[in-house]
Design a protein around this ligand. Structure first.
Ligand code: SF4
Ligand code: SF4
Length: 275
């Protein structure tokens, strides 16, 4: 049996990806199951999903605690050592990252491959929904799941033109995924930061959740406070000159403020992740 754990955020399609992997394995003549795991639904919040694949009926029903594969759906999650710590020996981490695998700060008895799934998703889907954009790469690393099976499963979930776009994203990631490398450091660090898993307002640092961030044009802003009222994270503070300012650690990049601003004074721009 192989066990897969998917680490994503609300809105990235990780749960759908788990179903597509399970359906693809089934298309390839194997038994499979997909299990989603998330709390109160919230765009940007970390979530996990699990897949098991076997050539006999899968009877286990618990969550996957020591996976053979971990698929990380965004760049911040991809750098989190807690994911690598719970892998089976020799397990594979597939990271959504523009970095090379040897540049990721992960340690342990693991192998790492990277693909810029966010860039692929923006190019083929026009949005940072990274699920199908990382599944092609996964097929390249996992012999039990074929690209053909994934393509068939994608069309079941997304028929027609949307399916074509998602299949194109999967094919691009199949081509662009890096080779697997073995992590340089075998011993993980003793102190590791946990993935932020919830909470509201400036007390929680959710800045790593952002793919896009709001940039406020003070010239256009009429000070109506609509963005401040609608922000679900209380991530906007009010400045002395009667304009909003982003509290960086509290903003998850959902874009609600930009959507609600009556004079389009807020633009969402892609975050540049630094090493
Ligand atoms: S993108 Fe805008 S609405 Fe969303 S959390 Fe950030 S400041 Fe608030
Ligand atoms: S909604 Fe737009 S115009 Fe109103 S305060 Fe916010 S940025 Fe300014």
């Amino acid at each position: 049996m192989i066990e897969i754990r998917l680490h994503g955020r609300g809105g990235q399609g990780a749960v759908t990806a788990s179903r597509i992997i399970a359906a693809a394995a089934f298309e390839d003549g194997l038994y499979s199951q997909a299990i989603p795991m998330y709390g109160t639904e919230r765009r940007g919040a970390p979530l996990t999903a699990y897949v098991r694949i076997d050539n006999v009926r899968v009877r286990e029903r618990e969550l996957v605690h020591t996976p053979d594969y971990s698929i990380c759906f965004d760049e911040f999650i991809s750098m989190n050592q807690t994911i690598a710590n719970s892998m089976k020996p020799g397990g594979i981490v597939l990271a959504n990252s523009k970095f090379k695998p040897e540049e990721l700060p992960l340690a342990g008895d693991i192998k790492i491959a990277c693909v810029d799934a966010t860039g692929i998703a923006i190019k083929h889907l026009g949005r940072p929904i990274t699920n199908t954009a990382i599944l092609g790469a996964f097929c390249k690393l996992c012999p039990e799941v074929s690209l053909k099976g994934v393509e068939k499963a994608i069309y079941k979930y997304f028929p027609g033109r949307v399916g074509d776009m998602n299949v194109a994203a999967a094919r691009a990631s199949y081509e662009q995924v890096t080779d697997l490398i073995t992590a340089k450091n075998k011993e993980p660090p003793k102190q590791v930061e946990e993935i932020v898993s919830g909470g509201y307002g400036a007390l929680k640092d959710v800045s790593g959740w952002r793919v896009f961030e709001p940039v406020i044009d003070e010239e256009k802003c009429i000070g109506c406070k609509t963005c401040w009222i609608y922000c679900p994270e209380a991530a906007l503070e009010w400045t002395a000159n009667n304009k909003p300012a982003m509290i960086s650690r509290a903003c998850k990049g959902c874009g609600v403020c930009a959507n609600e601003c009556p004079v389009k004074a807020i633009e969402m721009v892609r975050v540049q992740v630094k090493k």
